[in-house]
Structure formats: structure tokens, C-alpha cells
Design a protein around this ligand. Structure first.
Ligand SMILES: Nc1ncnc2c1ncn2[C@@H]1O[C@H](COP(=O)(O)OP(=O)(O)OP(=O)(O)O)[C@@H](O)[C@H]1O
Length: 625
């Protein structure tokens, strides 16, 4: 500012003197020529109109010259500075390799797992502490040894994360390495994305490759008993939302052969990439699991994914904002080997209709062979079209190597194009529980945990068959004998405090209880006893009338009382039937009331009946019966 002031002053002074001079000349000329106004106006101030004349006008001012010199010298110095620093940065960078890991990409989690395995990272002095359960599995765990206390309390595990904007120094294969985590606003609903930058001092790319391989290996090792569950967010990116323990295949009880067929088929598919490529067949496989609600479709899919060691990507067709192109993008972004899961695939195109009404329409349709009034409305508000879904499943961009599982409770309502081989190759029906399933469920439910893993018969089982028929649940055999057997198990009621029982009793002494203890109720049954009870339980269960989920729910109320479970099952079944009759009557009445208030409706023509008609069984269809 101080540089400019003298310059401005000089320019103003110069202009004033020029203008004074001009006025004098003008005044003289006026006097000589008797002062015509026209003459005065023609001799106006000579204002420069181009750059050169402006430059010539300004050049005589010394301050301006100094200023120009300053600008040139300053510019030159700045140019040199940039050149030197730019060259230096380039030189330094040429000795480093930098990799960035976006939060929504799986590699970010790999790096977190890898970090958690680095001893030096555990000693970091500036960390972000986090209780997010997903990251917990991928960062330093603080309370891993605290499992015992966590069992009885709602507990969140603690983990260290690299602090934002802090640079950490580590050594990898004797190379210096820095790690920085930054967070940026993405602009969508204020959402933020995190990026991890890893810089390694090396010119050798194989070091980075080996780091990535190591990180992936660590991740897979950590995942051995776990399974990642991903869903798409509003920005249409896949996000890991859960990290679940794998569900054992043995815990799913289906009619014999069903599990084996599907698992063998899926394993064979994963190993046949070359076979598909040689024959020009897209390397994709689709399974449709259909049938009664609560028959184990979802549980089975999770179990299969665990068995195959694949993550599950849940595609929610009814997600807000999901249209054809978004679905296409999502499917294209699936990793090569994964399980994609579309639950209730029928619901994406039938709005305002419940499962029961679909089932009712199905049964009506199957009986009559044609459509009836009250058929489900045509797709209306969904932004997803059937053709969009079909394209996503097998369009050119559809990911190779993925296994698709779709579930539905309304098989007959599905379009034949959707369920044709190539899109959904194998159709498996899940029915209501058979006697066989009920028996297996009972057995698994009451077997002690250690026996669940073993397939061998307990060798000591044979000796106490006699006592079995006269037995009652052990809880009632002791203190709680007089208790109400229909009541679900109650929590521990003891006059002995937990501390007392833990520290003041010797192994020979047993704590004395006044009430009934949950602990004392746990039945100590042999396999043969359980097997006999299971047979009696299954005898009471009608074939294909109750879902496995309902049976499981019933057994849960008799968690530690197998004898009571068997004794009360008939009463429970009767209650279930009565409730169902009441529900059906209520629904029927609702439907009649609706029909009475609705405007007259035309009978749907054969076009609609095509959609609802029962489809011929596609190739590879399996029924669990
Ligand atoms: N065949 C089965 N074997 C073992 N458990 C089962 C079986 N079927 C259902 N269950 C139990 O019932 C519950 C519900 O099962 P699941 O959600 O898998 O049923 P679904 O067929 O997917 O139901 P929906 O069609 O309503 O989604 C789960 O807790 C599961 O453990």
C-alpha cells in the first residue's frame, strides 16, 4: 500500500499539470479567436486509448518504474522458488509410492485389519477410540480379554482407529511408511467419506503389492469364522453393515438331500469358471428359494454363504430411490465372488399387497385356473421395472462369478422371464415343517452344546433308558417341582448371592436354593432320552402345518424343559389353530367390508391371469418334500 501511494500521487499531479497547461492554452486561444466554444472543445485532454500510449504516459514516473522492477524481481524469485520446491517434491516423491484406500472399498477394511496386526500400531500415542462394531473387527481391540464379563452385559467393544489428519510412521519390510486418514465431505446430505493414505519409501511396486496381499490375507484369516454383510447406501455404494459369525449348516434342518444338492451345485459352479468361459456361457448362477414364511430360506442362504466363504450383499429392491439404473450400477459393482441376496423378490413389483393376500390370490388362482377380482394391482409406484431387474441380472454389465439368491413367498406371482434358467437356475421349495424336521429340531434344541458339534452317539447313552419315561424336567425334579410347568423358565432365584456361591463354596458343597434356579433346571439328558422325546414331539406335530420358525418359537418357551415341551405341545397346537381360524375370519371380514365399499370393478381379463398363473416347473426345480 505504501508503495502505491506515492505512485498514485505522482500520476494525479502529472495529470493535473497537464490539464492546467491545456486550460491555459485553451484560454489563450479563446482570447485570440474571440472565444468560440467549438474551438475549446476540440482541444480536449489527450487521454491514452491504447496500452502503448498509456505505458508511454506512465513511464516517466519514477515510482512506477521502481514498482515494475519490484514486480519483475519478485516474480522471478517466486518462479525460482516454485521451480526448486517443485523439483524437490518430485525428486522426493520419486522415492515414495502412495496408495489411497476409500472407505467404501473393501481394501480399506483389509488395511484396517492389517494395521491391527502391527505391534507398533498398538503403541500409537494419538488414536481415535471407536465402538463401531464393524470397524471393531478391523482395528485394534482393547477388550478382547474381557469376553467373560461381556457375556452377561450389553457391551460394545472398543477399538483404536488412526486419528484423522495425524500421520503415523511405521516400518514395512524395512521400508519407512506413513499412514494418514483424512475425512472429506462428499456433498450428499452432509455425508462424509474417509480415505486412508499409505506412503511407502520405495521405488519398488512389488512392496505395495506384497502389502496389499498381506492385508487381504490377514482379512481373510480374520474372516475365517465370520462373514461380511453388505447393503447399499443412499449414494448407491456398497457398505459393510455387519460382520457375522458363520451359521453352521447343521443348524438348518431341511428334508434330506436338499442342502447337499444346493451346496454341491454352488461349489461346482465356483470351480467351473474355465468351463463356462470355454463354452461362452456367462459365469453366473441364480437360486430361487420359495415357499412358506419362516421355513428357513434366509437362514439357509446365510449358512451357504458361510460354507462357501463368501460375503453376502443384500439388494433391497424396495430401497428408497432404487431405480433401474441404480440397480444396474449396484449389480455391476458386486465383487467377483460373492453371494447377492434379493429377499422377497415379488414385493418389488406388487405394492400395497401383503404376503397373505398374495398367497390367497395364488390359491384362488390355482384352483380356478384364471384370475379373479381382487388380484394384486399391477406395479404402480415402484421406480424399478421388471425389465430393469432382468437387465441387471444378466445384462452385459452383470458381474461374472456371482451367486444370486432370491427368495419369495409367492412363487406363482413371479414372471416367467425372471425365473427362467440363466437368471434363476435352481428353484427350491421350502415347505412347512415335516415330522422329520420337527424331530430334528427338537433333538438339536435340547442336545448339550458340546454334543452339537459331534456326530457320534454318546456311548454312555444306553444305560439309563429305563428312567426316561418317568423323568420330568430336572428343574422341577429339584426345587421347582411344584412350579407351573406351563410357565417359561424364570431367572435365577436364590438366597445365595453370586459372590457367595463363587467364593465361599467348596466343590463338594452345593449352594442351597429356596426358589427355583434356572441353573438347576438345565436338563442333563442323554442322547437316547432326547431322541425318544423328539419322537413323541414329532408325533404330535401335524405334517406341513406349522412353520419351523413357529416350532422354534414354541421350544424357546421351554428352553430348559423338554418334558414340558412334549407334554404341552398338543395344547399349544390347538391354540395356534384357534388363533389362525380367528385371524382368517377377521381377514375375510375385512375383505368383504372392503369389497362392499369399493366401486364396481371389472373382472380382470386373461392378460392378468397370465401373470398369476402357476408357472411350469423350470429346469432344476427341487421340492423339499
Ligand atoms: N429349516 C429350518 N431349520 C432351522 N431353523 C429354522 C428353519 N426354518 C426356520 N428356522 C428358524 O426360524 C427363524 C426364521 O427363519 P428364516 O428367516 O430363515 O425364514 P424365512 O423362510 O426366510 O422366512 P421369511 O420368508 O418370512 O423371510 C430363524 O431363527 C431360523 O433359525
Amino acid at each position: 500500500m505504501t508503495t502505491f501511494l506515492p505512485l498514485v500521487q505522482q500520476i494525479l499531479l502529472g495529470l493535473n499539470s497537464q490539464s492546467d497547461c491545456m486550460s491555459n492554452i485553451s484560454a489563450n486561444a479563446t482570447a485570440v479567436t474571440s472565444g468560440t466554444a467549438a474551438a475549446a472543445s476540440t482541444t480536449a485532454l489527450d487521454i491514452p486509448t491504447d496500452f502503448m500510449s498509456l505505458f508511454t504516459l506512465l513511464l516517466p514516473f519514477s515510482a512506477l518504474r521502481d514498482w515494475l522492477r519490484l514486480v519483475m524481481v519478485g516474480g522471478f524469485i517466486e518462479m525460482c522458488r516454485r521451480f526448486v520446491f517443485g523439483g524437490y517434491t518430485k525428486l522426493v516423491n520419486s522415492f515414495f509410492i502412495t496408495a489411497s484406500f476409500e472407505e467404501q472399498d473393501a481394501s480399506y477394511t483389509w488395511m484396517m485389519v492389517w494395521l491391527s496386526n502391527q505391534p507398533s500400531w498398538g503403541k500409537a500415542r494419538d488414536v481415535q477410540v471407536c465402538t463401531n462394531s464393524i470397524i471393531n473387527n478391523a482395528a485394534i481391540m482393547l477388550d478382547g480379554a474381557d469376553e467373560g464379563t461381556a457375556r452377561f452385559r450389553s457391551s460394545r467393544k472398543l477399538a483404536y482407529l488412526p486419528s484423522l489428519l495425524t500421520t503415523y510412521n511405521l516400518w514395512y519390510k524395512r521400508r519407512w511408511m506413513t499412514i494418514t486418514r483424512v475425512q472429506q465431505q462428499t456433498g450428499w446430505y452432509g455425508s462424509k467419506e474417509q480415505t486412508l493414505y499409505v506412503t511407502i519409501m520405495t521405488r519398488d511396486h512389488s512392496i505395495l503389492v506384497s502389502l496389499l496381499q498381506e492385508a487381504r490375507k490377514d482379512y481373510l484369516a480374520a474372516q475365517e469364522h465370520k462373514m461380511g454383510v453388505y447393503v447399499s447406501d443412499t449414494s448407491n455404494n456398497w457398505r459393510q453393515v455387519a460382520y457375522r459369525d458363520k451359521r453352521s449348516m447343521n443348524s438348518i434342518i431341511l428334508d434330506s438331500g436338499v442342502k447337499e444338492v444346493l451346496v454341491e451345485d454352488a461349489k461346482d459352479f465356483l470351480q467351473s469358471k474355465q468351463w463356462y468361459a470355454e463354452r461362452g456361457i456367462p459365469h453366473r448362477r441364480g437360486y430361487l428359494l420359495y415357499g412358506a414364511p419362516g421355513s428357513g430360506k434366509t437362514s439357509f442362504i446365510h449358512s451357504v454363504a458361510g460354507e462357501l466363504g463368501l460375503d453376502v450383499y443384500i439388494i433391497t429392491l424396495s430401497r428408497l430411490g432404487l431405480d433401474d439404473s441404480a440397480l444396474g450400477e449396484l449389480v455391476n459393482a458386486l465383487p467377483e465372488r460373492c453371494v447377492a441376496l434379493m429377499e422377497d423378490i415379488d414385493a418389488a413389483f406388487t405394492t400395497g399387497i401383503t404376503r397373505d393376500t398374495i398367497a390367497a390370490v395364488e390359491s384362488q388362482d390355482m384352483n380356478a385356473g384364471k384370475s379373479v377380482p381382487g388380484a394384486p394391482p399391477a406395479p404402480t409406484t415402484s421406480r424399478l421395472s421388471l425389465s430393469g431387474l432382468l437387465n441387471a441380472l444378466d445384462g452385459v454389465g452383470a458381474q461374472e462369478g456371482r451367486i444370486l439368491f432370491a427368495t419369495t413367498n409367492a412363487y406363482a406371482a413371479l414372471d416367467s422371464a425372471l425365473i427362467r434358467p440363466g437368471r434363476l437356475d435352481l428353484h427350491i421349495e421350502f415347505k412347512l415343517a415335516s415330522k422329520f424336521q420337527a424331530q430334528q429340531l427338537f433333538t438339536r434344541f435340547y442336545l448339550p452344546s458340546q454334543s452339537l458339534a459331534s456326530t457320534k452317539e454318546d456311548e454312555q447313552d444306553n444305560d439309563d433308558d429305563e428312567a426316561e419315561d418317568n423323568s420330568v424336567d430336572s428343574g422341577y425334579d429339584s426345587a421347582g417341582r411344584d412350579g407351573d410347568e406351563k410357565m417359561p423358565p424364570s431367572p435365577v432365584e436364590s438366597t445365595v448371592s453370586s459372590t457367595e456361591s463363587a467364593f465361599n463354596t467348596t466343590p463338594s458343597e452345593k449352594p442351597t436354593y429356596r426358589g427355583t434356579s434356572h441353573q438347576s433346571r438345565i436338563p442333563q439328558l442323554k442322547r437316547t432320552q432326547i431322541a425318544k422325546l423328539a419322537v413323541r414331539f414329532a408325533e404330535a406335530i401335524p405334517e406341513r402345518e406349522i412353520s419351523m420358525a413357529s416350532l422354534q418359537g414354541y421350544l424357546m418357551t421351554y428352553k430348559t424343559r423338554p418334558y414340558a415341551a412334549v407334554a404341552n405341545v398338543s395344547a399349544w397346537l390347538q391354540k395356534e389353530r384357534d388363533e389362525k381360524v380367528a385371524r382368517d375370519a377377521k381377514e375375510k371380514k375385512g375383505a368383504v367390508d372392503m369389497a362392499a365399499t369399493a366401486p364396481p370393478q371389472e373382472v380382470v381379463d386373461s392378460g392378468a391371469s397370465e401373470v398369476l398363473s402357476v408357472k411350469p416347473l423350470a429346469l432344476g426345480k427341487i421340492e423339499t418334500s
